[in-house]
Every structure is written in C-alpha cells, then in structure tokens.
Design a binder for this molecule. Structure first.
Ligand SMILES: [Fe+2]
Length: 234
C-alpha cells in the first residue's frame, strides 16, 4: 500500500471541497462512487479528436484540453466560474470544436441528462508515482443549488495506452486519500466509466510512451442519467 504522505502535502485544497450535501444522487454510484459501463461501440475515429483546438490547461498531470462544450460556447477552460458570472457545471454550450466531432457530441446527447463541461483531455505519459502527486477531488458542484442534481463525470477512452489505469480512493478521516481504499480501473480504447469525482480522489496513470486521449463530460445527476447508467452497465 502506498504512503500518501510521500506524494501529497497537507493541507490539500481538495480536502475542503464538500462531500455531504442534499443534492439528488443516482443510486448506481452510491456504494462505490463509480460505475463501469460497457465499452463504446463503434469506436470514435481519430480524426474527430486529434485535430481539435487544444488549450494549455493543467489538471491531473501534463495535460491539454480541447473544449467541446463550455459555459458560453467560447473556447475557454474556466468559463463556468467567471467572476461576476458564476454558473454551476451544467447547461453547456457547444463550441466550434463540436463541429469537428459529431460522434463525440452524439455520445453526450444520447445520455439525455443535462451536461456542462465537455472536453477531450490529452495526457502525456506519467508513471504511477507521478500520477499520485496529481491525485485530487473535483469541485463539480460549486454554485450548484442543493435542490438540484449532483454533478458527476463520465470518461470515454479514445486511445489505447497499454498499462494505463484510473486510480480512485475514498477520502480518509484526515481529509486525504485513504490508500487502503484504492481501486484501479484498467483503461483501453472505448472504456466508459462514470465517476463521482467530487467524492473520490482520482487521477490517471499513463505509463505508455504515447499521449492518452479521453472524452470527459460533466453530467447532472437525474432520473435520466440513472436510467442511462442502468441501461449501459457491464
Ligand atoms: Fe479531476
């Protein structure tokens, strides 16, 4: 078991993000905080994600992001929390990138749930140890009223990166990830997983020699999202 204190220093900004709220949540994520779905079929053509407009934005390692839906449709990774115009991570508007990736757009729209940020992440190779230094929780529900649905995230893996996996850990009583709860979700092209990334500390390790690409979408929990997860679970 890894010693988290070797990788993270306390206090960590993630520890202050709320865990317990009154938002509506889907039952499928209640026990473990994640649900692995059946692989995407058919797969997404490389031309839909390699040629998008990527921005320099660091999250979870050496990353770039291609925004496909944002708060206002502009190519801006920060949009939802713009000072003076703060919005929860939903009601996403398609950007110019969306015109280049109709199959990715269809993957989001078929769910039938409200979505916020939609983007393709490009993650450079990073070892397990390097990844652990980037493990964090997301502030998905900032500005999201508690009488509405809890925002969670879906991943669709777009490339094969041998040895890649997502690391998930529950938060321990000290406010840091509890290594005894570690789960590893093996990644290959077409893996789909929905993760409560505000609850679980998470990061992806990519020990392969090539860039990893994945679609990440913020979805608001709702009966429609619950039904879709149920219909697509392994
Ligand atoms: Fe994250």
């Amino acid at each position: 078991m890894v010693e988290i204190s070797d990788y993270l220093t306390a206090p960590h900004w993630s520890s202050d993000i709320p865990l317990t709220t009154d938002h509506f949540r889907v039952d499928a994520l209640a026990e473990h905080g994640y649900a692995v779905l059946r692989d995407l079929d058919p797969e997404i053509s490389e031309k839909e994600f390699l040629n998008l407009e990527y921005m320099d934005w660091k999250s979870g390692g050496d990353t770039n992001f291609a925004p496909i839906a944002t708060a206002d449709g502009n190519l801006d990774c920060r949009g939802f929390w713009k000072p003076g115009d703060e919005k929860p991570d939903k009601g996403g508007q398609w950007t110019t990138n969306a015109e280049q990736c109709p199959s990715l757009v269809a993957c989001v729209e078929e769910v039938g749930a409200d979505f916020g940020r939609v983007r393709v992440i490009r993650l450079a190779p990073q070892s397990y140890e390097e990844a652990l230094r980037q493990i964090h929780r997301d502030d998905n529900n900032r500005f999201n009223p508690e009488d509405q649905g809890w925002v969670v995230r879906q991943w669709i893996e777009l490339t094969d990166n041998p040895g890649a996996f997502m690391i998930l850990m529950e938060q321990g009583p000290d406010g840091l990830p509890d290594a005894s709860t570690e789960v590893r979700i093996p990644f290959h092209r077409n893996v789909r997983v929905v993760v409560d990334t505000q609850r679980l500390w998470h990061v992806v390790c990519n020990p392969s020699p090539t860039m990893r690409y994945a679609l990440i979408t913020s979805f608001e929990s709702s009966p429609a999202l619950a039904d879709w997860i149920f219909a697509n679970r392994c």
